[in-house]
Design a protein around this ligand. Sequence first.
Ligand SMILES: Cc1ncc(COP(=O)(O)O)c(C=O)c1O
Length: 381
Amino acid sequence: MIEAANRLQTVEEYYFSKKLREVSLLIASGKPIINLGIGSPDLQPPQRVVEAIKEGLLDPSAHKYQSYQGLPELREAITGFYKTHFSVSLSSSTEVLPLMGSKEGIMHISMAYLNEGDAVLIPNPGYPTYQSVTKLVGATPVFYELDEANNWLPDFNALEQLDLSKVKLMWVNYPHMPTGAKSNTHLFEKLVAFGKRHNILIVNDNPYSFILNDDPKSILSVAGAKDVCLELNSLSKTFNMAGWRVGMVVGDSKHINNILKVKSNMDSGMFYGIQKGAIEALKCSEMWFVTLNSVYARRRDLVWQLADALNCTYDKNAMGLFVWAKLPGDLKAEAYIDSVLKNNHIFITPGTIFGSKGEGYIRFSLCASNEVLEEAIKRIK
Ligand SMILES: Cc1ncc(COP(=O)(O)O)c(C=O)c1O
């Protein structure tokens, strides 16, 4: 018997990987399942992105190994994007590293900074990968609780009372998934000060800035942030390119170099055509964002109607690719979504997969067409 490594005992198969198998079986057995679970954009990327990858395929250098740091034009497009949208200045040669998605960056950063026994601050509720990667590298998750009463923002008094002596890294994710809580400059200033005070690397995971948000922000816009902060960003949601696997980490060159040490030992560069497409995406004008958000705004209206039909409550000021809704009474999230799946053939994500603070909440994805959402409403009504 060849045993798997001990580290595998610290994690479970990803919830969606398991649950979507169950959903697929239901579909295969003829059930008309509506999937409002996962945030995989169903809309198309900008047309010029598709043209760029097609042209890229014909370039004689397309099939070679690519630079570990990405094409210089891609790094310049990333710095241009940060300047245009966040007013953040970055050096394209030293402060930017393209990644194959921001999920991958969570592993790279953890491998670059965490030793066994280090502690990591992780939001509850929050993206499950922060916790699983922390465990995979032998570090210890320390959860900081987010609460609806505090608009899902960190409670700094509670943070200060934690034993921070072993904490090396803190994951933050504003705009926040799953709750849709917004980022704000004051919050980012407090996080930077917290990181400096305790010598903690603060990483803002920022893939939802451009979805239903009229004021995108970067933590790096705070003065002095580069000393203790990194930011992850992604083309997955902003440009409907989740399957392309393009993201980035930006920050001070000393951090970027540490991450590059890990990354250059793990992959051998991003496919040329994908980089060419990503460059075009990053150069999109304001029109792209306006058009994209008009589609999501209509869908969100419909999801609100669906949530109303289910007697849930939600925050109309929240943003991002999901609607985070509170179940009526003290209903339990997993039992509830199982019953909606069984009785109405609609799959919704239970809040508990994001941590114990997600109990009593469910998350609807906006990655479904108006027609599908109208059908879902009909089924509930
Ligand atoms: C909070 C958060 N971070 C990171 C990711 C990963 O995105 P990417 O496609 O860039 O790997 C997701 C994807 O759902 C997410 O919700």
